[in-house]
Design a protein around this ligand. Structure first.
Ligand code: NAD
Length: 257
């Protein structure tokens, strides 16, 4: 069993969907978890779920597009939980952009900010905290960014999101090169189609899409949030001690179809 006992983990976007499952999986592995989200109600629900299951978690309200909020989020994690060893940047907002000649620059810029710039901003402060507080440890920390399979081969009518997530991949690879020698491992997990509450709501409006989503993977089904979370916990743990700079698709084989 993978153990993160005595470790502190921070998850952005921990209030819902994949982020919530990651918080729960970190807690199940024994980590003390900082659940960060700009939605206080759902973030606190995640904390309650963890506590009900016997885990340890706090909620930090933060909009990760606001630099001072990100700085405070990381600082509060260190102060309240006693350090920062694992961070998972999952917060993002995905909205289809449509054909390039029909959508505005505002859509492109804001998607880049919500998916890529915010991830960079979180990494900036997470890395600084790991370098400052974990000196002397064999591993200073591990960061996992949540990408998307839309980034791998591009995705029609989703160009802004796909470009932003491709940026997350290169950000992950470049920063892994910078910090590997300093003891920080940085990877990304690239989900296929995952049955989150957001996808469930979409399927209520567009039920015919369920079969299309199922057929997108070679396993003929959508993924579960906990299947993404399991990969994140593995990459955050010492079991992945020689893995850095990788983009791991967790997609039921969608990327090889
Ligand atoms: N669901 C999928 O099928 C799928 C597929 C590929 C990639 N992803 C990626 O997985 C991650 C999680 O996706 P999800 O489907 O669980 O999303 P979701 O919309 O269900 O949850 C996102 C969470 O992030 C929070 N959030 C968003 N922007 C924030 C901000 N600026 N500051 C703080 N909190 C913020 C939201 O409040 C919400 O709790 C995202 O990075 C998404 O791009 C999802």
């Amino acid at each position: 069993m993978i153990s993160l006992t005595d470790k502190v983990a921070l998850v952005t976007g921990g209030g819902m969907g994949i982020g919530r499952a990651i918080c729960q999986a970190y807690a199940e592995a024994g980590a003390r978890v900082a659940v960060a989200d700009f939605n206080a109600q759902s973030g606190q629900q995640t904390v309650q779920l963890i506590k009900d299951a016997g885990g340890d978690a706090i909620f930090i309200e933060a909009d990760v597009s606001d630099e001072s909020a990100v700085q405070t989020m990381v600082q509060s994690t260190v102060e309240q939980l006693g350090g920062l060893h694992a961070a998972c940047n999952s917060a993002a907002v995905s909205r289809g952009s449509g054909p390039i000649h029909e959508y505005t620059r505002e859509v492109f810029d804001s998607t880049l900010e919500m998916c890529l710039t915010n991830t960079w901003l979180c990494m900036k402060y997470e890395i600084a905290a790991m370098l400052e507080h974990n000196q002397g440890a064999e591993t200073l920390g591990s960061i996992v960014n949540i990408s998307s399979n839309a980034s791998l081969k591009g995705q029609a009518y989703n160009t802004a999101y796909a470009s932003a997530k491709a940026g997350v991949n290169v950000l992950t690879q470049s920063s892994a090169s910078e910090y590997g020698g300093k003891g920080i491992r940085i990877n990304a997990v690239s989900p296929g189609v995952i049955r989150t509450p957001g996808i469930e709501n979409y399927l209520k409006e567009q039920p015919h899409q369920a079969e299309i989503f199922d057929r997108a993977s070679v396993m003929k089904r959508m993924g579960k949030p906990e299947e993404i979370a399991n990969a994140v916990v593995f990459l955050s743990s010492d079991r992945a001690s020689f893995i850095t700079g990788q983009i791991l698709s967790v997609d039921g084989g969608m990327s090889v179809k």
